[in-house]
Design a protein around this ligand. Structure first.
Ligand SMILES: Nc1ncnc2c1ncn2[C@@H]1O[C@H](COP(=O)(O)OP(=O)(O)OP(=O)(O)O)[C@@H](O)[C@H]1O
Length: 345
């Protein structure tokens, strides 16, 4: 058993009758081979392949609608490709007959766009949802303790645990969503546009937190972003989606050496050059000298669809409080409806 995982809170919390699975020690925790995803007439991915290295932060970029979120949803089993194969930590996600789904799902964490928190639950209760679902045998006291620890780990103050999502700033919501993503001591973390809607200083702070947690906890991170500063600041490699495929994966200098028009325009356009200059000067991270809750603004909405995904991933049953997957009010949260099951599956 990997020592890192064995030392973690959950490993200590559960009894020996349910041993923690060994950490994945292969080279590529995510292997996508030749997948096709289509919605009616629209083919989003065609023969798309990608390998994510263990321990890296992989930035995933591409124009709007190129299928970054669909790719992430395919990897975490929310979207079933028409063809191709996806392996996560050695487990075939596309094999629907497999009976160890719950085990594998407990080994990744997801931060959906905007946080996708359950609005009738406090921050601490949001973080407890995956713990309840995957480790129901953990005592209430221990679950509260783990939840408080994850909230602190995500850089939120102790007082935030009892707050509801509507009482949080945009940056705090993201951190609360990150705490929930880390609830189960994951090996893999998926972040969908984590800095969208944050001001540059709040975004830099979130980037720093992501890098620090990835290094400390030994995480592999799949990070969808439009934020060039994030790519320069924390990503080890970047995968570029275009023409229904991953057209290139590499470090930014490696990508810059390619002559694909989208890549050149993206990295060598005014915004790309400005991000590089900021990175070279080291200015971005240094400007963060105040806590997030004081400096970042709220998010603009548009996360209703992600609420549905969050409900599918964690909203197990009524007594946990569940998200309304039909949320359409674009307020950045779920409209929780007590005592009803998750919808949108
Ligand atoms: N459930 C669905 N039903 C029909 N079409 C869908 C569905 N999910 C995604 N699509 C379509 O697939 C395409 C890719 O969507 P996706 O959200 O993955 O893009 P993206 O690269 O993440 O875009 P953005 O950068 O704007 O977030 C879009 O045209 C979208 O409308």
């Amino acid at each position: 058993m990997g020592s890192k995982r064995a030392n973690k809170l959950i490993a200590r919390a559960i009894n020996e009758a349910q041993p923690v699975p060994p950490e994945f020690d292969g080279e590529y925790p995510i292997v996508v081979e030749g997948i096709t995803n289509a919605f009616g007439e629209q083919t989003v991915h065609e023969d798309l392949s990608l390998k994510v290295k263990r321990g890296e932060i992989l930035g995933v970029v591409g124009g709007s609608g190129t299928g970054k979120s669909v790719l992430m949803r395919s990897i975490i089993g929310l979207q079933h490709p028409q063809s191709g194969r996806i392996e996560v930590m050695g487990h075939d996600i596309t094999d629907h007959d497999s009976d160890d789904d719950a085990d594998i799902r407990s080994r990744w964490g997801v931060l959906f766009q905007g946080g996708a928190l359950f609005s009738t639950l406090t921050v601490a209760e949001n973080v407890e949802v995956p713990l309840k679902q995957f480790y129901p045998e953990i005592s209430d006291e221990l679950r509260h303790e783990i939840s408080r620890y994850k909230v602190r780990l995500s850089g939120l103050p102790e007082e935030a645990t009892s707050k509801y999502p509507s009482e949080l700033s945009g940056g705090m919501k993201k951190r609360a969503g990150l705490a929930r993503a880390l609830a189960l001591d994951p090996e893999l973390v998926f972040l969908d546009e984590p800095t969208a809607g944050l001001d540059p200083i709040g975004a830099a702070a979130f980037d720093n937190l992501t890098r620090e947690l990835a290094d400390t906890l030994g995480l592999t991170v799949f990070l969808i972003t439009h934020d060039l500063d994030t790519l320069y600041a924390i990503c080890d490699r970047v995968a570029v989606l275009a023409d229904k495929k991953v057209i290139a994966v590499g470090t930014i200098p490696e990508l810059l050496a390619l002559d694909h028009p989208w890549i050149q325009e993206y990295f060598n356009g005014p915004r790309g050059r400005s991000a590089e200059a900021t990175h070279q000067s080291g200015e971005r991270g240094k400007r963060h000298d105040k806590p997030d809750e004081e400096i970042d603004g709220d998010l603009t909405g548009g996360v209703g669809a992600y609420s549905a995904d969050a409900a599918r991933v964690w909203g197990a049953d009524g007594d946990q409080g569940v998200a309304d997957a039909r949320d359409g009010d674009n307020d950045g949260e779920d409209d929780a409806m007590d005592n009803e099951g998750p919808r949108g599956a």
